[in-house]
Design a protein. Structure first.
Lengths: 163, 400
């Protein structure tokens, strides 16, 4: 990764709505260079999406999240990647990670209601022939995501004017 | 309240020092809850958690006692290592380093240890607001030395020569500079040496912003010049570089005879810097030593991007904006608006709800400029720039 790429990722991570002109000023690179670099990062799928971090708890949208620990039996000619693919194709699945330790895959699932989520686990996930066991934990409250604390603490406590 | 006031009890020299020019703005800005403040003088980063956690553990472990007057020896050893490896200035942790309550106490100690009535101290102007009053409180006479934008706010020998008199005892070198962001590179410092030697001056080098330097420049410590350590009190601290303002830990290094006199005042007046802060400061340096100062470097990179944004922003408005290579302030000139610094800042606060500090708060030479701190979130900086641009458009050419 070049120095410019690293700097651009740092800045975009903080605020992805900054126009290319500002990115150029902040990194000291030319506008063309910045445009090319950002495009290249997008093409290479280093940057996948420009999305806000949302605190859904402050909205009235019904939403249930769960983290499901999944044990699987990888088959011959079909490693973990293929099993993961069978799982991540479901719309309910937000994230899937291959884990070290007591289970194999960590699956983050989101649904509108508890009933929908339960249905997903029992009807779709557990019935996959390669899945040998699941343990579902519901998310009760989100405190911090993407480095952002959702409540309290982070207010600016500095004096408005100081020497 | 005594009918005839308290003049009888007050030292007239102290009473005569005007209140800080920043105070009025503080009162004004504090009443406007939704204003964006570019008036702060501290990092927007919080102290890295690992450092805070070290202090928490220290309290849990009951480390609540006095430390030696000069500070924890383990901290002084870390400071010694840091200064030698970072700036090439070796100091003996046993005898040449004194840990103080922020760099502010170090400045006060240095002046009180040195000054007798009538002694003059040269203070570059504009500079941090405390130097001149501290000189007065110590019984001396501050002599402002004008620095100019066309010299990148560097202190030039000709300016120094014009200000020095037989009564001059010391020169304060506050670089990287608050409020201008100006720096002094090695050759700038070298140019001052003949005058310093000829007039036998002591140098008080306040290097509190030493880690915050940009544009491929590197900080150079005055005491690193050949022969200068013996006539320099180097002051530094943790507030700006390590985002530790509220911990109040700084230090002063210099010749052992000088440090022992500073320590005499410190031991009677203060006893020691707070242990909790010292423990945290030691952790900051220890971590830095082990991870190549990665926290400091990450903060510096972040400041640098914002610095560029601000300089470009002010220049795009048509204001002259000197490129600052140090600290976290920009110091644009607002003279083209025809307003004084105070008029500009008051109206900006009232009309656009952006707080900046009038340059004249930092000395007469600061008139015509405003200090804007860019240690604030990028989205807020961008909003402030838009608002200031609108303000400048509205007011340009109105007076003059």
């Amino acid at each position: 990764m070049t120095k410019l790429e690293s700097a651009l990722l740092d800045v975009l991570k903080e605020d992805c709505r900054l126009p290319l002109e500002k990115l150029a000023v902040m990194t000291g690179a030319s506008l063309e260079e910045v445009a090319e670099t950002v495009e290249s990062l997008e093409k290479r799928r280093v940057i996948l999406r420009y999305a806000p971090v949302i605190n859904w708890d402050l909205t009235d949208r019904e939403r249930v999240e769960a983290m499901i620990e999944v044990k699987v039996t990888p088959q011959r000619d079909m490693g973990f990647d293929a099993v993961a693919a069978r799982i991540y194709r479901f719309d309910e699945v937000k994230s899937v990670y291959l884990m070290s330790g007591a289970y194999d895959l960590l699956v983050l699932v989101e649904a509108r209601t508890l009933r929908e989520l339960a249905a997903f686990v029992s009807a779709k996930l557990s019935t996959l022939e390669l899945v040998t066991g699941t343990a579902t934990s519901f998310v009760l409250k989100r405190y911090k995501e993407e480095g952002i604390v959702f409540e309290g603490e982070e207010s600016d406590q500095r004096l408005v004017i100081s020497p | 309240m005594r009918p005839d006031g308290y003049a009888r009890f007050l030292n007239p020299a102290v009473a005569a020092v005007p209140p800080s020019g920043i105070r009025r703005f503080f009162d004004l800005a504090s009443t406007m809850k939704d204003a964006i403040s570019l008036g702060v003088g501290e990092p927007d980063f919080k102290t890295p958690y690992a450092i805070r956690n070290r202090a928490i553990n220290s309290l849990v472990d009951g480390e609540t006692q006095y430390t030696p007057n000069r500070g924890l020896l383990s901290l002084r050893k870390e400071i010694s290592f840091y200064l030698e490896h970072r700036y090439g200035t070796p100091y003996d942790p046993e005898a040449e380093i004194l840990v103080t309550v922020g760099a502010s106490e170090a400045i006060d100690l240095a002046l009180r240890a040195m000054l007798s009535p009538g002694d003059e101290v040269l203070v570059p102007d504009p500079s941090y607001v405390s130097y001149a009053p501290s000189v007065v409180f110590a019984g001396g006479t501050p002599v402002p030395v004008r620095t100019m934008e066309e010299h990148a706010f560097r202190l030039r020998p000709e300016q120094l020569a014009a200000a020095v008199t037989p009564k001059t005892k010391a020169l304060i070198l506050p670089y990287p500079n608050n409020p201008t962001g100006g720096i002094m590179e090695r050759e700038d410092l070298e140019a001052l040496v003949p005058l310093i030697l000829a007039n036998d001056l002591m140098v008080i080098s306040d290097e509190i912003y030493s880690e915050l330097i940009y544009g491929g420049k590197a900080h150079f410590s005055f005491a690193a010049l050949p022969g200068m350590a013996e006539r320099t009190l180097t002051i530094n601290g943790f507030s700006k570089s390590f985002a530790m303002t509220g911990w109040r830990v700084g230090y002063v290094c210099g010749p052992r005879e000088m440090i022992s006199i500073l320590n005499k005042i410190h031991q009677y007046g203060i006893m020691c810097a707070p242990r909790m802060g010292q423990v945290a400061a030691e952790e900051a340096l220890r971590r830095g030593r082990e991870n190549g100062y990665e926290d400091v470097l990450a903060m510096r990179e972040s400041y640098d991007r914002r610095r560029r944004l601000m300089v470009d922003g002010f220049r795009s408005m048509g204001l002259d904006c000197f490129e600052p290579y140090g600290a976290f302030y920009v110091f644009p000139s607002i003279q083209s608006t025809g307003m004084t610094s105070e008029e500009f800042c008051s109206a900006l606060l009232m009309e656009q709800k952006v707080a900046a500090v009038p340059g004249n708060a930092f000395g007469e030479s600061g008139e015509g400029n405003i200090r804007c701190c860019y240690a604030t979130a990028i989205d807020k900086l961008n909003i402030s720039l838009d608002r200031i641009a609108a303000f400048v458009r509205t007011h340009s050419g109105k007076s003059a």
